[in-house]
Each structure stands twice: as C-alpha cells, then as structure tokens.
Design a protein around this ligand. Structure first.
Ligand code: PHE
Ligand code: ZN
Length: 847
C-alpha cells in the first residue's frame, strides 16, 4: 500500500522567482497499459533547448522501468533521480526522451494523478497531478501537443482531442500538463450534436456508469446553451470534433476543464427531478458552463504560472455568472452570488487565511483554489467591466483572445489589453490583485439649506503580511430616491480613488440614498442608514439588489439588537417583511430571498465586527425566535401562500417554477414553527420531486419527527447522491447539542466511505458549515471530532483534509474558552506528521 507519504517540506514558492524552463517539451507521446496495481506509462517527449541550464523533470511516486535519450539507454552518470525529480545532465539541443514508469492507480486515494473510482480509471492533473503519472515538466507554461494510446480491456477509452483509432487520441491544441485527461471504463454515453458558428460539427457525449443514463439530459441541455452563449456573447467557438464529459463519483472538486474531456464530480452533472433539487440543477447549469467556458479562458489561453490562477478562474467564474444571469433572473442570480461571496470570501478575507486575488507565495498550490481567487477574482472582472464600460470590455476581451491565443499569460498581459483597447490607465486598479482584505467604505451624508452632501471614505484592513495599504479604485454605483420612493437621480458610478471623496448637490428636499447598487464592488459598507430610509428602499428602490439589501440590513440589525440588547422584534420590520412576502408583483424567488434571515455565520462575523464576542448558541436561538416572530406575523397568510405557489403539472427545473418552490420552502419552515410539522409531513408524503421532499425533510428533522430519517433512508439507500443529502441534512438540521454525536455515529456506518469526498463533506461540512452551534459546542467535542477526522483523511487525501480545515479559520472571533480549545486541537494536529497541504493550512490558521 502506497500511502500519501507525510510531506512536511514547507518550501515556499515565490512569484518573483519565476523563470522559464531551459529545455522545453513540444510534443508528448504517451502509451498507457492500464492495470490497477501495475499500470505501465511509456512516454516519449520531444524536447528542445531554449536557454542555458539543466533539465529538471517532475515525477512523484513513480517506479522507473527504463530511461533513454534518442533510443539509447541513459547511463547512471547522466541523470539523477529523486522522489520528486528527474534531472538530466548535458542533454543535446533537440532530442527524444523516453521513459517507462510503473504506477498503482488502485492505491491512489488522494484522487490526484491516475486513480480508480468504482472500477473506472480516471485522472485529475490540475494543479500538479501529471507528475504522478509520468516524468514531465509539470508546469502550465510548457505547452505541448499530445498523442495518447490507451491499452485496457475496457469498452470505453478516452483522452483529449480527437479519437484517431479505438483507444488512440490526438490533441492538436498545445496544452499544459494540467489539462491532460484519461478515462477508461465500462461507461455509457448520452450523445447529441452541436454545429458551431464556424460550421464545425461537434459530437457531444456525457459518459456515465450504466444506470445513470436517465440523469444526463439537463447537463446536455446546459452544455448546448453554453456553447451557443459563448459564441454570441464572447465570439468564442468550440475547436474539436468531439466534446466529452465524464461523471466520476470520487472527485476532490466540482469539475475539471481538461481539453475536450471535462471530468465532473457526478454530483454536478447527474440530475433527475426525483433525485436533484432546484439548487442542484442551477449548480449543474453553472458548472457545465464554467468548464466549457474554460476552453477559451484557461485552455486556449492559459496561465504562465500558478500565481496567475485568477487569470483563468476569476474570469471564468465571471463568465459563468453572466451566463446564469442571462438564463435565469439576473437580480436573483446577483443576490445569490453576493450571498456566496460574503459567506465564503469575506470570511476568508477577514481571517488568518486572507490572501490577494493573485497570491505572491505559497507552499502548496492546492491550498489556493479559494473563494478569493475564484469569487473575488470574478468581482474584480465585474469592476473592470464597469470601469471601462461594456464596449471597452468587449474590445479588451477581443484583443486578449487575438493576441494571446495559444499562450501562457499573466495578469499584466490581461490588463494591458484593456489599457490598449480603452486608453485607460489601470495601474491603481491593479491593486485589486495584490492587496488582500475587504475594503471598508464608510458613508456619511447631510442635508441642509438645499444642499445634499455625500462623503465616502475607504480603508483597506491589515491582513497577514500586509499593512498600510493604498486606496483602491472602487466603482460605487449610486442613485437617489425622494422620501416618497420616487427615483430622483438614476444610477451613476462614482469612481472612488482617494481615501475620501465628497459630492454635493442642490436638492429641494432630503433624498434617500441607494448606494453600492448591484453590489458594484466587493466592499463592506459602514453606513448607519435610518430605518425609514431602508423601508423606503425595500419598498421602492429601482435597483433590485439594493431593494433586497435594504431588507437584509433591517433583518440583520433586528437580529443583532435582539442578541446584544434583547430588543423585541418590532412591528415595522415584520410588516415590511410581510409586505414583500405577499407582494404578488415580485418574483417569488426574490421574495424567498428577502424572507431568508442572515445566516448564523454571518451574524457571528457581524457581531465580531461590532466588537462583540459571538456566542453560537445564542445566535442559533435568536434566529429561531426571529423566524417564529415572522411566522406569527404571517400566520393567517401562510396556507394561502403555500397554495398560490403551487406549480401544477410535471416538475421542470425552470427558474420560474424553482422560484415558487423556493418561496414555498420558506413558507413551509415558517408553518413548521406553528404546526409542529403537520404541513411538512403532508408535503413530504405528497412530494413528487426532490426539491419539495428535501424542504419538507429538513423541516421534519428540525421538528423532531421520529420516523422521517428512516423513511427517507429506506427509500433512497441505494442512491449515493441522494444519500449524501441525507447524511448532510441529518447533521445540519440536528438539535445543536446532539449534532456532534449524530455526526460521529454517521461516520461509523458501513455506508460512510471515508475515501469518497462527497460523503465526507456531507457529514463534516454538515457540522462545520451547516450546524455552527453544534460545531461550536462549548465542550469542544466538535473541534475534537473535526481534528480527529482531519488526521485520518490527511493520510489518504491531503487536499480534502486541507480544505476541511478551513472550518477553523474564524477561531479568533470566539471567546477565550473556545479559542483555547481550538488552538489546542490545532496544536495537537501540528505535532503529528502531516501532509504539506494540511501542515501549511494549520500553520496559517494558527498564525
Ligand atoms: N479548474 C477547476 C475549475 O475551476 C477546479 C479544479 C481545480 C478541479 C483543481 C480539480 C483540481 O473549474
Ligand atoms: Zn474553473
């Protein structure tokens, strides 16, 4: 058994040290004879010198069978082999390097390199997995064409590019190693066709395990819509005759954009009304689009080095968000994206793991696939577009695609295209890539003698390794309403470039300010807006995001004051929420979002920001009371709302029906606080789709229904993806004092597979993210439980362990007792032999 050996090497890699390779590889010829324990990988690399220096190839955990240059076996004196490198001395200027390696995919539980999942072979090479398959220059600035031949007694053999003969693939597009992929197994395909705007006929396949064919239709539809959208909106067409997607059960991340052969976590591709929720459908649409869009933003134009990760990820997230906004309701999409950003990225930016969108150093690159690189990276693109305008954005993108096609690029290359296309100096804007931390913008206003004065001040907080930061360019979209709710000044964008700016206007009456419309920049606002003004915005703002935001601000304020001062929930707030809930002129999805209260984690962070030590138990209780108060206010309307939101006819994942179901789910939770679960039981028993079933299931779990967990399990125990939901819900919706024990018991079940990241995340994430009051149980049992599992997982799958460790990152928010318990748990971990991934994370979290 080949365990992931503990690797405590904490070598720090710096952006400033980037240097191109002295000898490059232009073509890769691979022959793989697949075997679970003894796969033989023969590689023939076409190498060419481009500068002075020795050639150092990466190779990790490989058994060397042979090594030759230009057909002649290499003498021992001409190379040096270590656990991670192959160094070649005195190579000619052009040569063919031939190696044969032996690897054991069956034993690879790290799910990086070549591994096996349910009897099928698959690969994951981003970021540095290719080196676990064969010796190669495993870095993104080395781009090569590939010929791949797969030998295995299996019906389906796939790799990148076009299939030239059974099991033989040729990829004509030069690509870095991280985009290599191979799949072999007993798979079945759903097939469709797409003809590009350039007239290319493309075969589209979604490959799944036999039995899952019935769940591919939605992903296929999303793929075709993505291909058409990228042609229309960005002028980008697909460039091979086949596009393959494969669903894999054991996968560390969401999905992977390998050239012509995207590999997906089955959770993000398989869906049927009976097994997937509306949220799953929306995620599938977004992720299929995201991976497809990478074909241009990532594959045709890739990253020079891993510090430039946001070049492909921030841009591609921005593109998939635009796509989803076009496919669905744009305001609802924006609110959802901002909720995610605040929940994940603001939290990261506020703690010990804060780092710039383009980091300048790392130990393990896998630890930098973060909300900051992805989601803040996308916000930075959105700001750029706002600053240069739609036409400037289109011109800059067009120049980027034209100039850099086939290259490995940097953020500087990207920004230069916009500077040239628009004539705008982006040097201050570039600070968004290098300064970490969420800027705080404070807003003050005054009105008197016919003059309205608005002052904006910005500060960028200190973050690990960064202090005394310079002011950023912050596009602040704003508009004014009068106190009757009519808009008196439509949206304008103020470019805040100084630490402080004041605007003055002549106005007949005091206005109501609507600021940061559409969430025009990823900043925190410090703005003591009055309740009356917030109520006006909630009822009348023309900007839907700020309409929602006004309601959110009111709710948050009520909850915080309830927690800190025991303030009662006042009628004005409850009436305003009720008015939104019952306003049939508003999109049901929007109404559902407006009724949802700020999360427990959001409240904890807000208390901390206000200088109050958050108590997770008190927050949980306060939120429950607030929910009950809303339910009381709406009591007589709830049954009618349930009926109004019915979606007659068979289930469709369309946004309009999904919105109604979302509102119904909120109403059901409110009803459950009143009827103890009667309505939820009826909904559960009558549900004909997973969205309604899950909504009712979670209500029943919270209401303490004694049978529903077993009922659900009896019906779905054979379905891995549905059971992941069950595992997660059981923990997330457990009574907090019981959550840790429930999670522990679940990990002891025979169907808890510690090698399956989805299952592991269901239980551990269900506790740490889904049940904060349970995780932060004052006895420390949640911390101990997580630490124990991190240590177990780290031995087999360091990436997943490192990712789960981020649950500890907000530890300095809490009281001295909890801090002591968490730091003891982390320190105990530090005393153990850990992977490079986890030891970097634990070190950074402890600070
Ligand atoms: N590049 C993938 C994406 O964002 C994410 C990923 C990273 C997947 C690393 C696997 C490993 O689309
Ligand atoms: Zn991506």
């Amino acid at each position: 058994m080949r365990d992931a050996a503990p690797d405590q090497s904490q070598t720090v890699i710096h952006l400033a040290d980037y240097a191109p390779v002295p000898v490059t590889v232009t073509h890769v010829d691979l022959h793989l004879r697949l075997d679970p324990l003894a796969t033989e990988v023969s590689a023939r690399l076409t190498c060419r010198r481009q500068g002075p220096g020795v050639m150092v190839l990466n190779g990790e955990g490989l058994d060397m069978v042979s090594l030759a240059i230009d057909g002649v076996p290499l003498e021992a004196s001409r190379y040096m082999l270590t656990d991670t490198t192959l160094t070649l001395h005195d190579v000619p200027d052009a040569f063919l390097l031939e190696t044969v390696a032996r690897i054991a995919p069956q034993e690879n539980k790290a799910l990086e390199g070549l591994y096996m999942s349910n009897g099928m072979y698959c690969t994951q090479c981003e970021a540095e997995g290719f080196r676990k398959i064969t010796w190669m220059l495993d870095r993104p600035d080395v781009m090569a064409t590939y010929d791949v031949e797969i030998e295995a007694d299996l019906p389906v053999l796939l790799s990148n590019g076009d299939e030239v003969a059974p099991g033989k693939w040729h990829d004509p597009w030069p690509k870095p190693t991280y985009l290599f992929a191979l799949v072999a197994g007993n798979l079945v395909a759903t097939t469709d066709q797409f003809t590009t705007c350039e007239g290319r006929a493309v075969t589209l396949n979604i490959w799944v395990r036999p039995g899952d064919e019935g769940r591919t239709a939605y992903a296929m539809d999303a793929l075709k819509r993505s291909m058409a959208w990228d042609e229309t909106v960005y002028g980008r067409a697909y460039d091979l005759s086949v596009f393959n997607i494969v669903a894999v059960d054991d996968f560390n991340m969401g999905a992977m954009e390998n050239k012509g052969l995207n590999i997906f976590n089955s959770k993000y591709v398989l869906a049927s009304p009976d097994t997937a929720t509306d949220t799953d459908f929306a995620l599938i649409e977004g992720i299929v689009a995201h991976e497809y869009f990478h074909n241009w933003t990532g594959n045709r134009i890739t990253c020079r080095d891993w510090f430039q990760l946001c070049l492909k990820e921030g841009l591609t997230v921005f593109r998939d968000q635009q796509f989803s906004a076009d496919m669905r309701s744009a305001p609802v999409q924006r609110i959802g994206d901002v909720l995610q950003l605040r929940a994940r990225q603001f939290r990261e930016d506020a703690g010990p793991l804060a780092h710039p969108v383009r980091p300048e150093s790392f130990v393990e690159i896998n630890n930098f696939y973060t909300a900051t690189v992805y989601e803040k990276g996308a916000e930075v693109i959105g700001m750029l577009r706002r600053l240069v305008g739609d036409a400037g954005y289109a011109a800059g993108c067009a120049l980027y695609f034209e100039r850099h096609d086939g290259q490995a690029c940097t953020i500087e290359d990207w920004l230069a295209c916009f500077e040239e296309a628009t004539g705008r100096d982006l040097s201050q804007f570039k600070l968004w890539y290098s300064q970490a931390g969420t800027p705080l913008v404070s807003v003050t206003e005054s009105y008197g003698d016919g003059t309205y004065r608005l002052t904006l001040r910005q500060t960028v907080p200190d973050t690990p390794g960064q202090t005394d930061k310079a002011p950023m360019v912050i596009p602040v979209a704003w508009g004014l309403l009068n106190t009757a709710g009519d808009e008196v000044r439509p949206t304008e964008v103020l470019e805040l470039t100084e630490a402080e700016t004041t605007l003055t206007f002549d106005l007949d009456a005091r206005p109501v300010l609507s600021v940061l419309r559409g969430f025009s920049a990823p900043v925190r606002l410090e703005y003591q807006q009055s309740d009356t003004d917030r109520l006006t915005l909630l009822a009348h703002d023309t900007d839907p995001f700020n309409r929602w935001e006004a309601g959110r601000a009111l709710s948050k304020d009520r909850l915080l004051r309830h927690i800190t001062e025991d303030a009662p929930f006042d009628a004005a707030w409850l009436d305003a929420l009720a008015a939104v809930a019952l306003n049939d002129g508003l999109d049901p999805a929007f109404r559902a979002l407006a009724l949802a209260l700020p999360s427990e984690d959001d409240l904890a962070q807000s208390l901390h920001d206000a200088g109050v030590v958050p108590d997770p138990t008190a927050i949980h209780a306060a939120r429950k009371r607030a929910f009950a108060a809303v339910a009381d206010r709406l009591a007589t309307d709830l049954p009618r709302l349930m009926d109004d939101m019915a979606t007659p006819g068979p289930y469709t994942p369309e946004a309009s029906d999904a919105g109604k179901r979302a509102l119904r789910a909120v109403v059901l939770r409110l009803l459950t606080t009143q009827d103890g679960g009667g309505a939820a039981r009826a909904t559960y028993d009558g549900a004909d789709n997973m969205t309604d079933r899950m909504a009712a299931f979670t209500c029943l779990l919270e209401a303490g229904d004694p049978n529903v967990a077993d009922q659900f399990e009896a019906q779905w125990s054979d379905d891995r993806l549905v059971m992941d939901k069950w595992f997660m819900a059981r923990v997330a919706h457990a009574e907090p004092t019981r959550a840790v024990q429930i999670a522990r018991d679940l990990t002891a079940r025979p169907d808890f597979d510690a090698n399956n990241p989805n299952r592991v995340r269901s239980v551990l994430g269900g506790l740490t993210a889904g049940n904060p009051a349970g995780f932060h149980n004052p006895d420390g049992s949640g911390y101990e439980f997580l630490a124990e599992w991190l240590l177990i997982l780290d031995k087999s799958n360091p990436q997943t362990a490192a990712r789960l460790s981020t649950a500890f990152d907000a530890w300095r928010r809490y009281d001295a007792d909890r801090q002591a318990l968490i730091s003891a748990a982390l320190t105990r971990l530090q005393g153990q032999p850990l992977s490079r991934d986890l030891s970097e994370m634990v070190g950074r979290i402890l600070g």
